[in-house]
Design a protein around this ligand. Structure first.
Ligand SMILES: Nc1nc2c(ncn2[C@@H]2O[C@H](COP(=O)(O)OP(=O)(O)OP(=O)(O)O)[C@@H](O)[C@H]2O)c(=O)[nH]1
Ligand SMILES: [Mg+2]
Ligand SMILES: [Zn+2]
Length: 296
């Protein structure tokens, strides 16, 4: 029996890389294809090599078993990830802060570290960058402004990818694949056409793929998405996934305070001070959404 990691998943077929870096083209046993059991990129598996070789010369194998996961994201669908890199662009398309905060809540829930990358800095003025930062300040995660054109922020992002497994996630067209190409040119990932008349991305990356980096880290490039729902979230736990509320834990008048207008709410008193008003607004929106889901 061999051990390996799923690096690509498509239509019931999987590419698995063993510890020596050898790639196998695999099928999986039926139970490993359904529901939450379905194999994801990042999953560690036990597999049995077959005698066959696939059309492109890759050895074939069959996945026998999935090893336990330490976490998983529903969107993008990946497992065993240490770090979420939320990628947005400052322009074309503009930063979607609500989606940023949705992704960060998921990262906290799955105990991942996270940072935000605001790409395409070359398309806006320094003043505009300051305005965007101001709007989100104070923000409890590092923000790196970047550009694949001027190489601003590229080394800083690369530095944060060392020795851990990260996932790049965000809307289509923000430059996830372009950033990875800038970090490691040999990756040669396909990117959207600049001359495209429609400024919105068009889903250039079709499948999540786990890529090894020279720096020792690994990173998953993923297809863009613009919607993200909270599934399997309890409304009482949401506040725990806002690290900016953390210092205020237990300081509200009511022990089970939802931070939605209750008298003596310590969180609400900090809005506009240590808590960014937009983050608080999104907290209330998410809470509302989760409580409606629970009602069904
Ligand atoms: N001006 C400018 N354009 C950029 C930058 N980064 C990427 N682009 C362009 O933005 C477009 C989309 O880039 P991609 O890297 O394909 O975007 P993506 O996020 O991977 O998109 P999907 O794969 O569809 O999710 C391409 O035309 C890139 O050349 C940047 O820093 N500045
Ligand atoms: Mg891409
Ligand atoms: Zn409160």
């Amino acid at each position: 029996m061999h051990k390996g990691k799923v690096i690509r998943a498509a239509g019931g077929f999987f590419s698995v890389c063993d510890e020596a870096g050898k790639e196998y083209f695999c099928q999986a046993r039926g139970a490993l294809k359904k529901g939450s059991e379905a194999l994801m990129v990042g999953d560690n598996v036990v597999f049995k090599p077959l005698e066959q070789v696939s059309g492109d010369g890759t050895d074939e194998a069959i996945i026998e078993k999935r090893l336990p996961r330490f976490n998983r994201l529903g969107r993008p669908p990946v497992a065993n990830i240490n770090q979420l890199v939320v990628v947005m662009s400052l322009k074309d398309p503009e930063c979607d802060w609500q989606l940023v905060n949705r992704m960060l809540v998921q990262a906290e829930k799955e105990e991942m570290t996270a940072f935000l990358c605001l790409n395409k800095a070359d398309l806006v003025t320094d003043r505009e960058i300051e305005d965007v930062k101001q709007k989100s300040d104070p923000f409890p995660y590092q923000i790196i402004c970047s550009s694949t054109v001027t190489r601003m922020g590229i080394d800083e992002i690369a530095g944060r990818l060392k020795d851990c497994t990260s996932v790049f996630a965000g809307p289509s067209g923000v430059g996830k694949s372009s950033l990875l190409n800038a970090i490691q040119p040999g990756l040669s990932l396909q990117t959207g056409d600049v001359s495209e008349r429609i400024k919105r991305g068009r889903h250039t990356t079709r499948l999540a793929e786990l890529l090894p980096l020279h720096s020792g880290g690994k990173v998953v490039d993923t297809p863009g998405f613009s919607r993200l729902n909270f599934s399997a979230m309890d409304e009482n736990e949401l506040a725990r996934f806002f690290p900016d509320f953390e210092n205020l834990r237990g300081k509200c008048n009511f022990r089970n305070c939802r931070h939605t207008g209750e008298p003596g709410c310590a969180v609400e008193q900090e809005v506009g001070k240590s808590i960014n008003p937009m983050r608080y607004e999104h907290y209330r929106l998410f809470l509302d959404e989760i409580s409606k889901q629970e009602a069904y």
